[in-house]
Design a protein around this ligand. Structure first.
Ligand code: MRU
Length: 344
């Protein structure tokens, strides 16, 4: 399944809100369509949001019919700010936009057409790079998965959450390719059920054995010794190794620690926010209360029920056994290991 398709100057996004019941692509004609796709989570998952935003800039560059380079640069700057204001937690969005911005800020383009072409080239590069990095994460991480492992995972970190292949799910994929016999327990991941709707679908499509559990079953499974390791993705990794990921990740890390089960995080280096010292400063997105009041648009509680809906939480570095990146496996103390890969 391809989350994002760029072809002949047009962007198609797989509407993940409808999966797995319907497989529909939405055509994004301009940057506003991309903003809408990110806000409504038609495209979601940290790396995929970054890639979509990069193409949002490309579409935005075609919105003005002008030869005036100043005019186009001002327009791009505004679009960039609007794309930035979609989802605050995953750092890949800001990382990708910064890369795009670099082209109109630090290069002396005085030809509009040339700048537009370079923007497209850069977005395609970000897309292709993401797939390449995910494959490296898979290669670096699959040896951490023992033969006959029972793996617990959370949310969706697969091809759908990225430009392709996936991070934590990429490692699982790579383990299967290398003849490891594995069983994956996928937590459903309330409120939006990315685990149930997306992860289970991806794994079943690949012929990887998977069992769906509700989020509140994880502790019981661990107590029963049914889980050998936990592996999740990340939306932002601080320079000290604190990790923001889908709400519920922190609870799994605490449970894993209590049961002495390895807890791994997998992410590309574009998810590392080298400027953020620790997780306390990560902005946690709060989403629409209706996401909790309803399941698949069917309200399950009274309309007036008050709700708290943080979309992410932060897992402190001391609960994480390793962070698997495209640049290698990072271990505690993360300040050192993260700093080392920054220098590469
Ligand atoms: O709200 P979402 O669905 O965008 O959240 C996604 C996650 O939390 C993923 O675990 C994370 O982005 C890593 S995806 C490779």
């Amino acid at each position: 399944m391809e989350s994002i398709i760029w072809h002949n100057n047009s962007l198609k996004i797989l509407d993940q809100t409808k999966l797995p019941l319907q497989k529909e692509y939405v055509l994004c004609k301009n940057h506003k369509d991309v903003i809408n796709a990110i806000n409504t989570m038609q495209v979601r998952g940290a790396p995929a949001i970054g890639v979509a935003a990069a193409f949002g800039i490309v579409l935005g560059s075609n919105e003005l019919d002008t030869d005036n380079i100043k005019e186009i640069k001002n327009h791009l700057q505004k679009i960039k700010e609007n794309l930035k204001n979609t989802r605050p937690t995953a750092v890949n969005l800001f990382w990708a936009l910064k890369r795009m911005e670099h082209l109109w800020k630090n290069n002396n383009y005085n030809n509009v057409q040339m700048l537009k072409k370079e923007l497209e080239n850069e977005a395609v590069k970000i897309f292709e790079e993401d797939i390449r990095l995910n494959r490296l994460i898979g290669k670096n991480g699959f040896n951490l998965i023992p033969q006959n492992a029972n793996i617990l995972t959370y949310c969706n970190t697969g091809a759908l959450a990225t430009a392709g292949f996936g991070t934590a799910l990429g490692i699982i994929r790579m383990a299967k390719k290398n003849n490891k016999k594995i069983l994956v327990y996928a937590c459903e991941t309330r409120p939006l059920l990315q685990g149930a709707r997306l992860t289970v679908t991806e794994l079943m499509d690949e012929g990887i054995e998977v069992k769906l559990i509700t989020d509140n079953m994880a502790g019981y499974l661990m107590k029963q010794k049914k889980v050998d390791l936990v592996i999740v993705g990340a939306d932002r990794i601080c320079s000290n190794g604190d990790v923001a990921n889908k709400i519920g990740t922190y609870s799994l890390a605490v449970l894993a620690k209590h049961h002495k089960i390895p807890f791994y995080v997998a992410a590309p280096n574009s998810t590392i926010d080298y400027n953020l010292g620790n997780g306390e400063d990560i902005v946690i997105e709060e989403r629409n209360p209706e996401e909790i009041r309803s399941i698949f648009n069917n309200r399950i509680v009274k309309e007036e029920v008050r709700v708290y809906n943080p979309a992410f939480d932060v897992t402190p570095n001391n609960l994480i056994d390793a962070i698997i990146t495209d640049k290698g496996i990072l271990r505690f103390p993360y300040n050192n290991s993260i700093n080392n890969i920054r220098k590469e």
